[in-house]
Design a protein around this ligand. Structure first.
Ligand SMILES: [Zn+2]
Length: 390
């Protein structure tokens, strides 16, 4: 293994060992500060200037990392420079399902196994190595390394970014695992609970209460009708599931066969294709459930379970998409999962998603990064850095 690759493996191993699970479940959630601290050290060793952005509204004192190399902001008039962006957190894990300790990077069969190895701690070590392939003295425009918090839970880190943090860049690559294929669009996600409010009572007499389970078929029928309407209204050919989906995820309600079920909550998600806006979907859902409430004579209400993540689309003709496609010799694709891309794009950055590793092995036991993808990723990133920053 060449020395440069050994350095990458050492860094990935330190990052994987630093538990940074983010989860709405407090028993799982942990701080990302150890990862931020490692990344700060690496960046400073390599000559970057480092800023740690504290996130006040997160549990466990989380932070974003914003590192800059080539600080020429004062001379720069137009936006210029490139952001290399990743998230510092991981999903929770089921240690019993792993063949090795998820928090201990383990090499076998030409792959690096560990939690976050591919999604996406490996990316940081690779991005830093790519930047070191160019002569830092030749930089004409800055490079930014962005490490966000809570991507896997609330996206609080990306939501907190403002224009000033990475103001002068004009493009961003999010290094999520796409096997280095450029991704220029993905679906958005919203999750909501719909509550039916009835009245409990003794089951021996239906008139003693208002049963919310009896109302469920009418609600499901209305939502299913809306789901079909969405499918005919919106379409995106670049996605393997080319239409919006509405999934009924779980139902909570009731406590005993001999009681009238007084309250019921249906949780669902909507996966939006580009061109759909969550404000509109929420308004349409609200209107559908209001008329169901009237029809069944019960109060029906809706609440968000998460802050929505918008759908994302970067135009195929953008300079970044063109450059990434020319370099990879592949077309840009769309994916069904969400990323932080819409939050970087709204800051005015041309944005794509492209990084080493395979999404198929993320979020599950034996997540791994193939060693064979490290050098191609370094080469890809360093060529794009040269194009944007030299
Ligand atoms: Zn990820």
């Amino acid at each position: 293994m060449p020395t440069s690759e050994q350095k990458i493996v050492k860094r990935v191993s330190e990052l994987v060992a630093a538990d940074s699970v983010s989860s709405p479940d407090p028993s799982w959630d942990s701080s990302n500060r150890q990862v931020i601290s490692h990344l700060s050290d690496y960046a400073e060793q390599d000559g970057w200037s480092v800023e740690v952005q504290e996130l006040e509204d997160t549990a466990n004192g989380k932070a974003n990392l914003i590192a800059t190399l080539g600080d020429i902001r004062s001379e720069q008039k137009e936006p210029a420079g490139l952001v290399l962006s990743g998230h510092t957190d991981t999903v929770p894990f089921d240690a019993g399902g792993w063949d090795s300790d998820p928090l201990r990077l383990t090499e076998r069969d030409g792959r690096l196994f560990g939690l976050g190895s591919t999604d996406m701690k490996g990316f940081f070590a690779i991005a830093l190595a790519a930047v070191n392939c160019i002569d830092h003295r030749q930089l004409k425009r800055p490079i930014y390394l962005l490490g966000t918090a809570d991507e896997e839970s609330t996206m609080a880190g990306a939501r907190a970014l403002s224009k000033s943090d990475i103001a002068r860049a004009d493009a961003a690559i999010i290094g999520e695992p796409t096997a280095l294929q450029p991704v220029r669009l993905h679906k958005g996600i919203m999750m909501q609970a719909i509550d039916i409010h009835g009245t409990s009572g003794h089951s021996s007499n239906p008139d003693l209460g208002k049963n919310t389970i009896d109302a469920l078929p009418a609600l499901l029928a209305a939502l299913d009708q809306y789901r079909h309407a969405l499918r005919t209204r919106f379409h995106c050919e670049l996605l393997s599931v080319p239409y919006p989906t509405l999934n009924f995820g779980c139902v909570h309600g009731g406590d005993s066969p001999n009681r009238i079920c007084g309250h019921l909550s249906l949780h669902s998600d909507v996966r939006m294709v580009p061109g759909m806006h969550f404000e509109q979907v929420e308004a349409e859902l609200q209107s559908a459930i209001a008329s169901i409430g009237e029809q069944i004579g019960l109060t029906v209400s809706m609440r968000r379970l998460i802050d929505p993540v918008p759908a994302f689309e970067q135009d195929a003709s953008s300079a970044l998409v063109q450059a990434a496609c020319a370099d990879s010799g592949a077309e840009a694709i769309g994916v069904n999962y969400g990323t932080e891309a819409p939050f970087l794009q709204r800051l005015g950055l041309d944005t794509i998603v492209m990084g080493p590793g395979h999404i198929d092995c993320a979020h599950q036991p034996d997540e791994h990064l193939p060693l064979a993808q490290i050098q191609p990723a370094i080469d890809r990133f360093s060529r794009l850095i040269a194009r944007y920053c030299l």
